[in-house]
Design a protein around this ligand. Structure first.
Ligand SMILES: *[C@@H]1O[C@H](CO)[C@@H](O)[C@H](O)[C@H]1NC(C)=O
Ligand SMILES: *[C@@H]1O[C@H](CO)[C@@H](O)[C@H](O)[C@H]1NC(C)=O
Length: 195
């Protein structure tokens, strides 16, 4: 009986530390008991975004949690280091590296792609804010703002994307679920032993 309890407790401890150490699934996030999964937005073809900002005519292409799939023209960086781009005068300009890790900013999953093409003494960067809209399906990204505002000077790009994929579900269990599973083993195994 004591041995069984000790073994169960050990199994519990081992399972918890194992789960705790495991890397989260790319492109998903558990945050304050809610589970976000942007994998449905990963696409075999890039999303096209035509700027509707004043005096801007640019067309962007981007993908989610991985590199763009388009064939790039003179990109100056490795193709797999481009998560979003637009076609510049002498080559495709990377807005930033692909990223399979996103974070929650003001309640919305937000994907940062940093380290793009050289721009104004720094590098281009992009942020994509995914807004939960049930029933919107995949939806499509829009360019919300760029800074500085001029096409020729812009280095930072902010996209907004209304999509049902940004709607969280309750955590599926994870460590909590395992805990419950092992707790019930701990309770049921010893009592089912012959006395
Ligand atoms: C990827 O996203 C994480 C979380 O927002 C951020 O800390 C990291 O700098 C990003 N990496 C790149 C290459 O953009
Ligand atoms: C998540 O949990 C809350 C509170 O328990 C509940 O109201 C809500 O319906 C749940 N949502 C989903 C998607 O299961």
């Amino acid at each position: 009986m004591t041995v069984m309890r000790a073994a169960a407790a050990l199994a519990l401890a081992a399972s918890v530390s194992l789960v705790g150490a495991a890397d989260p699934t790319p492109c998903t996030l558990e945050h304050l008991g809610r589970y976000y999964d942007l994998r449905p937005l990963q696409s075999k073809t890039d999303y096209k975004v035509t700027s509707t900002l004043r005096d801007s005519k640019r067309e962007f292409k981007l993908n989610v949690c991985g590199p763009v799939k388009s064939e790039l023209w003179n990109p100056k960086v490795a193709d797999d280091k481009v998560g979003a781009f637009f076609r510049g005068k002498d080559g495709d300009m990377s807005l930033g590296e692909p990223n399979s890790t996103f974070e929650i900013v003001d309640d919305a999953p937000t994907l940062f792609m940093l380290g793009g093409a050289a721009c104004g003494g720094g590098k281009m960067s992009a942020a994509v804010r995914f807004e939960c809209e049930p029933g919107a399906g995949v939806g499509s990204p829009k360019l919300a703002a760029q800074l500085p505002p001029d096409d020729d000077a812009a280095c930072a790009f902010f996209f907004e994307w209304r999509t049902s994929a940004a709607c969280p579900s309750n955590s599926s269990g994870g460590v909590g679920g395992l805990l419950v599973m092992f707790m019930s083993m701990y309770v049921t195994i010893p009592s089912s032993l012959p006395r």
